[in-house]
Design a binder for this molecule. Structure first.
Ligand SMILES: [Ca+2]
Ligand SMILES: [Ca+2]
Ligand SMILES: [Ca+2]
Length: 169
């Protein structure tokens, strides 16, 4: 093999048949003694390897929130008698797509406030989490409606992980 370790990222939700990368081995012998074929030794359920070109493609649609990394062992074999082999490891990392919305820990929060409560008094902290990674998991909170059926509505979208829900008249 040209290298013993390869790394490549594939985005989650990519269609089956998406190209991952091509592994290459060089054999200095002539004819069959130097003719190389490639064989996938692990994760055959998830990836396909072209025996002649060394091209790896996907066999599944991946979900980063379920599994983030796959390690494939690839063997290169010449056609000599007896044949000689080499192996390499290909790490395939599943990249994040923003495919999860934030979720509040609770759908309903109830608080009572004294009518003469100080302005700016902290009443409640609402928390929403998002299963994605990095910026796709950052949550921002907005009060989107108020005093409708004695309820206020808070929406989580984008940045901090916590926000203070302050009382309004
Ligand atoms: Ca996902
Ligand atoms: Ca998200
Ligand atoms: Ca995701």
């Amino acid at each position: 093999m040209i290298k013993s370790f390869f790394f490549k990222q594939v985005k989650e939700n990519s269609p089956i048949g998406t190209t991952v990368l091509r592994v290459t081995a060089i054999d200095k012998d002539s004819n069959n003694n130097g003719r190389v074929t490639y064989h996938l030794k692990s994760n055959q359920l998830y990836f396909a390897l072209d025996i002649n070109s060394g091209m790896i493609t996907t066999k599944k649609v991946f979900d980063r929130e379920a599994t983030q990394n796959y390690f494939c062992v690839v063997e290169a074999r010449d056609q000599g008698q007896p044949s000689m082999t080499d192996i390499c490891v290909v790490e395939i990392s599943i990249g994040d797509e923003n495919d999860n919305a934030p979720q509040f820990e609770s759908k309903n929060y109830n608080i009572s406030v004294f009518e003469d409560e100080l302005v700016g008094k902290e009443l409640l902290i609402v928390v929403a989490t998002d299963r994605d990674a990095g910026i796709n998991a950052r949550v921002r909170y907005h009060i989107t409606d108020g005093n409708t059926g004695e309820k206020s509505f808070v929406t989580a979208i984008g940045l901090d992980t916590k926000a203070i829900f302050e009382g309004k008249d």
